[in-house]
Write a new protein. Structure first.
Length: 172
């Protein structure tokens, strides 16, 4: 199976090496912990995409992940990839869901029946069922990110939900 550049999206870029086992740091706007990497991702070297399989992904901080590729085991080899773009096949994730998740942190969350719930401060990247972590006046609550519950979404500003009855028993 041949994968074309049009079948991929820009995942990020490699900013530096990390540690002594050949790991690198990838800068990205995407949550790599939500993706399912069964296929290789591509590091662009001399304008050619080179397929590499991932061994391990660890979040370093917001927007940066420590990534260990298979067959890259020394910092000297990893250093050759610093500054390279990283592409990923669109098939690894639901692109619409990924775009939503990158724009949902630090926005106001409301429900059509309850009103303003609070502010989404983080995303818990549970595969297949990511959760919004919402700070409310009564403490933190977790609400699944279910597209069928989204009534209105204004990127980087607010999201309005129609949550199932009983989910928002915040008063108790």
């Amino acid at each position: 199976m041949v994968i074309k550049a049009s079948d991929c999206f820009l995942l990020g870029s490699i900013s530096k090496t990390h540690g002594v086992n050949g790991s690198v740091v990838i800068q990205t706007e995407h949550n790599l912990e939500l993706a399912e990497f069964e296929e290789p991702i591509f590091v662009v070297i001399d304008e050619l995409p080179v397929p590499l399989f991932l061994e391990e992904i660890t979040e370093k901080n917001s927007g940066a992940y420590i990534v260990k590729f298979e067959l890259i085991n020394t910092p000297e080899v990893a250093k050759e990839f610093v500054g390279c773009k990283v592409l990923a096949p669109r098939t690894i994730i639901d692109q619409n869901n990924l775009n939503l998740l990158t724009q949902i942190k630090d926005i106001q969350v409301s429900d059509i029946h309850y009103g303003i719930i609070g502010t989404c401060t983080a995303i818990e990247p549970i595969p297949g069922n990511p959760l919004m972590i919402i700070d409310t006046p009564k403490g933190q609550i977790f609400i699944p990110i279910a597209e069928e519950w989204i009534v209105e979404f204004i990127p980087n500003k607010s999201i309005t939900l129609n949550c199932p009855e009983g989910l928002l028993n915040i008063e108790q």
